[in-house]
Design a protein around this ligand. Structure first.
Ligand SMILES: [Zn+2]
Length: 335
């Protein structure tokens, strides 16, 4: 097992022999390492026992039935998993995993990659402390101009709501000490490549793309970040050959997840959900942006009752406040 890690400009190669060191994948300037977790091959994938994970993170086992459902807890940390499910609740937020939780040998097992890429950044954000300085925040209102985005039952386009939301988030971040820039501040057509270039040219330190969802009467909040190299996106069960490729955005894996987690948590709390989870997708923006990046779907425009809410300025204010809150919590964690 050979894992190349990179955070910011610091790159190093760690060679591990049959074990996952659950702590050594984050920022180079880390303190002590987590206890080593033994991996087991199950169905051709590397798994670690949930009981070992709980021990490694100092979680008390409040297991219902050890082989089907488990809830582990410690002050400030909580993990809930269930056999055959591909999502877990980590510190109260739903996270989509790379591999389903498995029941075997009288206990539950989690994918080693999920412990490393989802659990570790959320459980130990202190490991990222001091890794970056957030001087410039880039907000990206989705769509614009000829690209109208999704359209609600009443006919209003996503591109207007994303721009309005971005401006509100910008106001909320006033006084944060960081410069806040919008990829577009009017109704103009802008390609994804132009948005990536905007972020690079302006030396963005974090990037948040803002969208509203489309999908019939579904409702709730989703936040996307890049899948780890070698894992399938949330929308797919199998790992395809292209999923193996390491993308430029993968150098920020830990930062991406932590940013997504905080923003998702704040949005779900403010809106009451439903929590559709931190999801993984190889969107062009997430692959190519030159800093930690997420894409937020702040509600379903296609759902008539959710559209009504999105049309309400006070609701958009609530969304903006929570997105800003998530960004600031991330900023405080990594600086
Ligand atoms: Zn969109």
């Amino acid at each position: 097992l050979k894992e190349v890690i990179a955070v910011g400009n610091k790159r190093r190669v760690v060679i591990l022999a049959g074990v996952v060191l659950a702590g050594c994948f984050s920022a180079a300037a880390t303190t002590t390492r987590a206890p080593a977790l033994k991996t087991q091959k199950l169905m051709g994938r590397d798994y670690v026992s949930a009981a070992d994970v709980a021990t490694a993170y100092g979680l008390g086992g409040d297991q219902h039935r050890a082989d089907t459902v488990a809830l582990y807890r410690a002050p400030g940390r909580q993990l809930q998993i269930e056999a055959d499910r591909r999502d877990a609740t980590i510190n109260g937020v739903r996270h989509w995993l790379a591999v389903p939780v498995m029941s075997a040998r009288g206990g539950l097992w989690m994918g080693a990659v999920d412990v490393e890429k989802s659990l570790e950044p959320v459980f130990r954000p202190d490991r990222l402390r001091g890794s970056v300085k957030i001087r410039t925040i880039i907000l990206d209102p989705g769509h614009g101009g000829a690209d109208r985005g999704a359209r609600g039952p009443s006919g209003q386009s996503e591109k207007w709501f994303t721009l309005d939301l971005a401006k509100r988030v910008q106001r909320e971040l006033d006084g944060s000490g960081a410069q806040v820039m919008l990829t577009r501040s009017s109704d103009v057509t802008m390609s994804l490549a132009e948005r990536v270039e905007f972020c690079r040219r302006n030396r963005g330190d974090l990037f948040v793309s803002l969208h509203f969802n489309s999908g019939g009467t579904a409702s709730g909040i989703e936040t996307f970040c890049l899948p780890a190299a070698g894992t399938s996106p949330t929308a797919s069960a199998a790992v395809r050959p292209t999923d193996q490729q390491r993308q430029p955005g993968n150098q920020f894996d830990a930062h991406n997840v932590l940013l997504a987690h905080y923003v998702q948590e704040a949005l779900v709390k403010a809106t009451g959900g439903p929590d559709r989870g931190v999801r993984r997708a190889r969107f062009y923006l997430l692959r190519h942006i030159s800093c930690p990046a997420i894409l937020v779907e702040a509600g379903f425009l296609s759902n008539p009752s959710e559209e009504k809410k999105i049309q309400t300025p006070s609701h958009r204010d609530r969304l903006a406040k929570s997105i800003a809150e998530g960004i600031l919590r991330y900023k405080r964690s990594v600086e």
